[in-house]
Design a protein around this ligand. Structure first.
Ligand SMILES: NC(=O)c1ccc[n+]([C@@H]2O[C@H](COP(=O)([O-])OP(=O)(O)OC[C@H]3O[C@@H](n4cnc5c(N)ncnc54)[C@H](OP(=O)(O)O)[C@@H]3O)[C@@H](O)[C@H]2O)c1
Length: 140
């Protein structure tokens, strides 16, 4: 069998030996919880979602809040942001807060970052979602 299948220059037998060596010497599979609930757990995490007042951004916000995260949504229309925040805070168990921000300029992005920095020492998740969608005929 040796030499029939090579992985990164090792024969199958040697490669298997190497894997066993790594597994037994490092025991890396004991170092972290790699279960699906742990990998995707956002409980207690802090997220910033630009464009979170509508569409896909609001869906992100809803998913994070429903799974226990603290979420900041940021875009230009305060009325929309307020409505989404209030609706999500009723659902919980996480929370939703909003920051009015125009992210079309560096100054606007800096202002949002400064605002978040005043409230949080760190964020875990940034969903950079603000933007515009449009429809056009296929051949244009
Ligand atoms: N829907 C799709 O099929 C699709 C496909 C490909 C890519 N995308 C991208 O996915 C993202 C979300 O799309 P969507 O369909 O959810 O559209 P949407 O509902 O129009 O959401 C866009 C969000 O971006 C915000 N936004 C726009 N300009 C902004 C600015 N200058 N500063 C801050 N916020 C701004 C809008 O809020 P305000 O107007 O209040 O600022 C709005 O909340 C966009 O980046 C879009 O390009 C969407």
């Amino acid at each position: 069998m040796e030499g029939m299948c090579t992985i990164s220059g090792f024969s199958t037998a040697k490669s298997t030996q190497m894997h066993w060596y790594l597994l037994s010497s490092i025991n890396y599979y004991h170092l972290a919880d790699l279960s699906i609930p742990a990998l995707y757990n956002v409980q207690g995490k802090t997220a910033v979602i630009t464009g979170g007042g509508s569409g896909i951004g609001a869906m992100f916000a809803s998913a994070y809040v429903q799974n226990g995260a603290k979420v900041y949504i940021a875009s230009r229309k305060e009325k929309q942001l307020k409505e989404v925040s209030e609706a999500l805070n009723k659902i919980g168990p996480g929370s939703c807060h909003y920051v009015v921000a125009d992210l079309s300029s560096k100054a606007g992005c800096d202002a949002l970052a400064d605002n978040i920095k005043q409230k949080e020492s760190k964020i875990h998740i940034l969903v950079n979602n603000s933007g515009a969608t449009w429809g056009a005929p296929f051949d244009k």
